[in-house]
Every structure is written in structure tokens, then in C-alpha cells.
Design a protein around this ligand. Structure first.
Ligand code: SF4
Ligand code: SF4
Length: 160
């Protein structure tokens, strides 16, 4: 079926409008934005306020964990802080889960802490390999796995 020139012109004008609209910055193009804008990733909030977390911090997964782990990693009194160069942090795959807490009375010393709301219980920060041999993570056995229910007795119930 042949289409009238007017109908073709209308199609042409519409396609121009669509192209022009697609080229507009997001703020001027609200109708198309919702379909084209990439999803914004929100960083999972930790239990410890961000301003109390010093570098070095662990880097990696920034989204909230999917489910509450059965066990969480906890730093013990054995943590030496590795003289300011913590060996454990680089093994943790979760953003800001492990972080440095400076010892205000004895700079530049300090120790590493773990945010219980961000830990996924993967045990990558632990040192134990088969037969107790050292593989990676903390070489000083200063990190232990503790049942999440026990941790919650200290920090309160966690939502996820
Ligand atoms: S158990 Fe995994 S997520 Fe938790 S502190 Fe250790 S490396 Fe990080
Ligand atoms: S947990 Fe272990 S590796 Fe990490 S800073 Fe403390 S002593 Fe060093």
C-alpha cells in the first residue's frame, strides 16, 4: 500500500525528533532517560561509620551482601597491625570491610578491624591452609571466625 507524502513526512519528522531527543543531555530528556540511564550502584553501608575507617581499607565488592553469613571474621587481641603494613587487607574481596584504626597514643601504630555488616565470611583473610599451613591472609593467626549470632550479641541484630 502506498503512503501519502504527508504521512512519510510525518514519519521523517518523528525520527528526527527521536534522534535529537536521544542526543539531549539527561537533564533535558526525562522521557528517554528512564530507559537509557545505567543503574546507579549504591555502596553498601557498613556498621562502622565511614569517617572512622582509615587507609588501608579493603577494596572490591561494594554492594550489600545477599544473605547473612553463618560466621564472620573477627580480629583478636593478637593483631599487631603489622607495623603499619597489614598483610591481611589485600586478601579481603569486599570494599571497606577491613580497615585501619590508628592507635592515637602510639602513632604510627594501629590495628585492623572488620566491619561485621560487610564481612561475607569468605575466610580469605585467614592464614590457615591444609594441615594448618600458612597460605595467605594474616600470618599471625590474629583473625578468627565467630558465629554470627555471637557477633550480634555484641553489635546488635544486623538486618542482612
Ligand atoms: S572473611 Fe572474607 S569478607 Fe570477611 S573480613 Fe575476611 S576476607 Fe573479608
Ligand atoms: S590481622 Fe594479622 S595481618 Fe592483619 S594487621 Fe593484624 S596481625 Fe597483621
Amino acid at each position: 500500500m502506498r503512503r501519502s507524502a504527508a504521512a512519510l513526512a510525518l514519519d521523517y519528522d518523528s525520527s528526527i525528533e527521536m534522534s535529537a531527543a536521544a542526543a539531549l543531555p539527561n537533564s533535558q530528556n526525562p522521557g528517554i532517560i528512564h530507559r537509557m540511564a545505567p543503574p546507579t550502584e549504591v555502596k553498601a553501608p557498613g556498621l562502622v561509620p565511614d569517617e572512622l575507617k582509615h587507609e588501608p581499607r579493603s577494596k572490591g565488592i561494594a554492594t550489600a551482601r545477599k544473605k547473612k553469613p553463618k560466621e564472620l571474621a573477627v580480629i583478636t587481641e593478637c593483631c599487631t597491625g603489622c607495623a603499619g603494613s597489614p598483610a591481611c587487607v589485600e586478601y579481603c574481596p569486599v570494599e571497606d570491610c577491613m580497615f585501619w584504626v590508628p592507635d592515637e597514643d602510639h602513632p604510627p601504630f594501629g590495628r585492623i578491624q572488620i566491619d561485621p555488616l560487610l564481612c561475607i565470611g569468605c575466610k580469605k583473610c585467614l592464614s590457615k591452609g591444609p594441615n594448618g599451613c600458612f597460605l595467605d591472609g594474616c600470618p599471625w593467626d590474629a583473625i578468627v571466625m565467630v558465629e554470627t549470632t555471637e557477633v550480634e550479641k555484641e553489635v546488635g541484630p544486623m538486618v542482612y
